[in-house]
Ligand binder design. Structure first.
Ligand SMILES: [Zn+2]
Ligand SMILES: [Zn+2]
Length: 327
């Protein structure tokens, strides 16, 4: 290529990264970065055409509850703090699989950034309870729990909720990670944490918030236990996790102006021991789009390096202690 041609293409250089733990290959393309002012909240509101079925008093609008934490009332009556119901429009039906909705709060429109910590903790408790319960169903092999927050993230309801899908197979992503992680020897995620210096957003109690080595989209960030643990449903310190989760949600909302977000729980298979797996919660702000290249290749194009993402999230951390005030 002639020098003139090189000059024409002299944008910020792209970079390809590979994450041995997930097998993901990501193309970082800084030249495609949008200016910060483009990272606006998607203001399109979800149009609710009838009373919210997840609000207290409307319990009859949902299917019958399978679990609840309550102050008062009988099943399918008000008085609950967290309520779990089968999805009215299930992607999987028993006995093949289960698709449930965890209604995380009685308060319509509440967000994890400002919810009482106890509320987040109880939502996580419901996640654990349902994972433990559904792991006893014959034929159930794996499960995912995900939260779609905001219209661009796929949410159709404003009321705070997450979804659980118990599957008759091991999800391909989890399967890949189980194959890639050596059953004996060092855990790639534990080792990843040791080498994450520039990608750490914060450490909070037993948890670390880290931009992953090969983030798929701008500002993807993971919350991992610092001590090795394969199963989310077995952890005891839910208060600590709720605190770290709220802090991370605040960083994301503050840095990116309340974007739509997908949160996804990755945990070991339900039907087999996988002590070498390291569970995590993935937070994916929905700033870009998945288009032809991604569908065609299974690879991703990301405009923001994980180190840059971590730095911006760190600077936005409302709970960080300024130097000199620590201790
Ligand atoms: Zn509601
Ligand atoms: Zn580990």
């Amino acid at each position: 290529m002639s020098p003139a041609a090189v000059a024409v293409y002299n944008w910020d250089l792209s970079e390809v990264r590979f994450d041995p733990a997930t097998g993901r290959k990501v193309i970082y393309a800084p030249a495609r970065a949008r200016r910060p002012s483009d990272y606006r909240t998607d203001l399109r509101e979800i149009v609710e055409t009838r009373a919210c079925p997840f609000c207290p008093g409307n319990e009859r609008e949902t299917t019958k509850e399978v679990f609840a934490l309550r102050d008062s009332g009988a099943p399918d009556e008000p008085g609950w703090r967290v309520r779990v119901v089968p999805n009215r429009y299930p992607a999987l039906t028993p006995p093949q699989g289960f698709h449930e909705v965890i209604i995380e709060s009685p308060v319509h429109g509440e967000r994890w950034s400002t919810a009482p910590l106890r509320r987040i903790e109880e939502a996580l408790e419901a996640w654990q309870e349902r994972l433990r319960r559904l792991s006893r169903e014959p034929g159930i092999r794996g499960a995912v729990i995900f939260k779609n927050h905001g219209w661009r993230a796929g949410a159709t309801r404003v009321h705070p909720h997450s979804q659980l899908m118990a599957l008759p197979f091991i999800p391909p992503q989890l399967d890949y990670e189980l194959q890639a992680a050596p059953a004996a020897g060092p855990c790639p995620w534990c080792r990843g944490l040791e080498n994450a210096a520039g990608r750490v957003v914060f450490e909070n109690g037993g948890y670390a918030a880290v931009a992953p080595e090969a983030s798929r989209q701008a500002y993807e960030v993971w919350l991992l236990p610092k001590e090795h643990a394969s199963r989310f449903e077995e952890i005891r310190d839910l208060a600590g996790l709720a605190g770290a989760l709220q802090r991370l949600w605040r960083c994301v909302e503050s840095a990116l102006h309340q974007p739509a977000v997908n949160a996804m729980l990755m945990t070991a298979p339900l039907d087999a021991a996988a002590p070498h797996y390291h569970w995590r919660l993935e937070i994916l702000p929905r700033l870009g789009t998945i288009a032809g290249f991604e569908w065609a290749t299974g690879c991703y194009i990301n405009s923001v390096l994980p180190e840059q993402a971590a730095e911006r999230l760190r600077r936005a951390d409302p709970d960080s202690v300024p130097p000199g005030e620590a201790g």
